[in-house]
Write a protein that binds this ligand. Structure first.
Ligand SMILES: [Zn+2]
Length: 297
């Protein structure tokens, strides 16, 4: 009997017979490494049950969270990008558009729609990071502009959910024009005294931060979201100094006066409807005051 010799091999299961956990059954938090079931994670609105890390989600998830019974009418669902500059990087831009649409099921980096939020009619535009880094090209700008027009036409509040790496390189100058266009439309919305709430989610950077994302009557953000214009590396190299801890996190940006408040995704819907009802009643008070003043004069 061989006491000190291993006769049988330790593990002899061939690869094809190994039992794997099916992909997408478990979620591991990238911050605290806690593991939960995907179902639990989804039920928790894609936030970590242990450390409350807010996982990135897209328009599909935000619409499901915010619109009552996930019922909404999508605007300009089929608008797609042209290739005004015949742009080629590692591949031609039209090929990238087709490949991205196939991989994500999205037509561009923003979806817009209207419906009810806790019974209050609202128009929402929500960006998708999965589509070329949530970059802002002419379709993104145009859809946002049209969503604002819809809010003006129906006299409903407008909510913008930003999540973007900035302007879309492949449309160069055309992308930058969207900053002016969306800002001008928001000015009209403001003139018509309709509320605009801007929710900044992880990450909100570049031309998006430099235009519509920071123009809200209320600028709010999700916890831990990266919010900035240029990236930390570029800034560090430019100023030649180390950056403070937590630089460009939502908490840092709030502390420096650029945000009104940070909202947990699980409380988002109710916080929004509270805020909107408050603005509505304030508006009603203002209206009755104007009416009373008119009567007195
Ligand atoms: Zn965690």
């Amino acid at each position: 009997m061989p006491w000190f010799k291993r006769v049988e091999k330790g593990i002899s299961t061939p690869t094809e017979e190994k039992k794997e956990t099916p992909d997408g059954l478990w979620y591991k938090c990238p911050t605290c490494k806690a593991v939960t079931s995907m179902a639990e994670h989804r039920k928790n609105m894609n936030t970590c049950v242990k450390c409350n890390y807010h996982d990135r989600i897209g328009s599909k998830e935000y619409f499901a969270i915010l619109f009552d019974d996930n019922a909404f009418t999508e605007l300009d669902a089929n608008m797609t990008s042209g290739d005004p500059l015949n742009f080629v990087d590692t591949k031609p831009y039209p090929n990238r558009v087709v490949a991205t649409e196939k991989a994500t099921g999205l037509k561009d980096a923003v979806r817009t729609g209207y419906g009810n939020l806790n019974g209050l009619p609202i128009t929402i535009a929500c960006m998708d990071f999965a589509y070329i880094g949530g970059s802002m090209g002419s379709v993104v700008g145009e859809k946002i502009a049209r969503a604002i027009d819809h809010a003006r036409k129906t006299r409903t509040p407008f909510l913008m959910i930003s999540k973007s790496g900035g302007a879309r390189m492949m449309e160069a100058g055309f992308s930058l024009m969207q900053m002016a266009k969306t800002s001008a439309k928001l000015a009209l919305l403001s003139e018509e005294k309709l509320p605009y709430i801007s929710l900044l989610t992880d990450p909100t950077t570049g031309g998006v931060t430099a235009s519509f994302a920071m123009l809200g009557d209320f600028n709010i953000a999700e916890p831990g979201a990266l919010i900035g214009f240029a990236g930390p590396r570029v800034i560090k190299e430019t100023i030649g100094k180390d950056l403070p801890k937590g630089f460009q996190s939502a908490e840092f940006v709030l502390e420096h006066g650029f945000l009104d408040f940070i909202v947990d995704r699980k409380e988002l819907k109710n916080r929004l409807s509270d805020l909107l009802s408050m603005l509505e009643s304030k508006d009603a008070v203002a209206d009755s005051k104007t009416a009373r003043a008119a009567k007195l004069s």
